[in-house]
Design a protein around this ligand. Structure first.
Ligand SMILES: Cc1cc2nc3c(=O)[nH]c(=O)nc-3n(C[C@H](O)[C@H](O)[C@H](O)COP(=O)(O)OP(=O)(O)OC[C@H]3O[C@@H](n4cnc5c(N)ncnc54)[C@H](O)[C@@H]3O)c2cc1C
Ligand code: FES
Length: 268
């Protein structure tokens, strides 16, 4: 983990309230693993005082001394509003990479990714890594859901990788009008994948947990609890350990990626 004032390489609106930012990080920044996150602060601003967590959305090595780390973010409050105002050459204060990421599948396993809304952010990096490490393109499917077309993110990026993409929206403005977990469950009934990786709002993750439990499928979830420090110091990100009720895990240290059967999801 390292703190770095990273330079903004680009910062583009994606759609609706969503933006994608590329940051140049120096060679002292450790290569992240899919599912890890960074804590972000806007340099030179007194508020908000606390950093905010963002998943690593993508990563590539640009040269011997420079790598590029991308964030995909939704504008919801002061930090994300401030991020959206930045331009190439501006600076962002990063701490990371933090937390535990996804466990990659065994060779030859089939994989389904399920992302709801901004929860798709860490899944593109995971897809990049899966394809680099030998998951066959025909063994990878991504299910992306959103409230509306404006919240369906990264569909073209996944398609460009050659990955099968299935989309759903709550209002029917794009894809099938249903929950993202509906086509996932239909697929499981016909041809269950060996592993599922999911990130999204708590209701979606709850539904994924119910499905994988019913069908006995190995699944990891990336959860988005509130976090104040991101490094295990404030105890603000506690999640109950399902296997040891009354005991708590810390999303920032033991997660944010957890095996689906390891935690209780009522963390808010
Ligand atoms: C591990 C992790 C990874 C994340 N990755 C991303 C990402 O890739 N892209 C992205 O856009 N966001 C991500 N988030 C969520 C992001 O950290 C928050 O939205 C952040 O608080 C925004 O900061 P802000 O100052 O703009 O708004 P804030 O003022 O912090 O928040 C605005 C509103 O959202 C509420 N809020 C903040 N965090 C959460 C939360 N976790 N759950 C529910 N409500 C919340 C606040 O109470 C407030 O009402 C992630 C969170 C975690 C824990
Ligand atoms: S966010 Fe402070 S302990 Fe996890």
């Amino acid at each position: 983990m390292i703190q770095q004032n990273a330079e903004v390489r680009s910062n583009q609106p994606v759609k609706g309230q969503h933006y994608r930012m590329e940051l140049r990080v120096g060679d002292t920044f450790e290569e992240p693993h899919p599912g890890q996150f960074v804590m972000v602060r806007l340099p030179g601003r007194l508020t908000p005082l606390l950093r905010r967590p963002f998943s690593v959305h993508r990563w590539f090595v640009a040269s011997e001394s420079e790598a590029v780390l991308s964030l995909l973010y939704r504008v919801v409050g002061p930090t994300t509003t401030g991020l959206a105002e930045l331009h190439a050459g501006d600076r962002v204060d990063l701490l990371g990479p933090l937390g535990r990421g996804f466990t990659l599948p065994n060779s030859g396993e089939s994989v389904a990714l399920a992302g709801g809304g901004i929860g798709v952010a860490p899944l593109l990096f995971l897809a990049d890594r899966l394809l680099e490490t030998g998951t066959a393109i025909e063994d990878l499917t991504v299910y992306i859901g959103g409230k509306s077309e404006q919240e369906l993110l990264c569909t073209s990026e996944f398609s460009r990788l050659g990955v099968k993409v299935q989309t759903t929206t709550d209002d029917g403005s794009a894809g099938d009008q249903c929950l993202v977990t509906d086509p996932l469950e239909q697929r499981i009934r016909k041809d269950p994948p060996d592993r599922i990786y999911a990130c999204g709002p708590p209701g979606m993750l709850d539904c994924v947990v119910g499905i994988v439990r019913t069908h006995g499928i190995s699944c990891q979830l990336s959860i988005e609890t509130m976090m104040a420090c991101g490094i295990g110091a404030c105890l603000g990100c506690a999640v109950e350990n399902r296997k040891d009720p009354g005991r708590y895990l810390h999303a920032c240290l033991h997660g944010p990626v957890f095996d689906a059967d390891r935690i209780r999801l009522d963390f808010r």
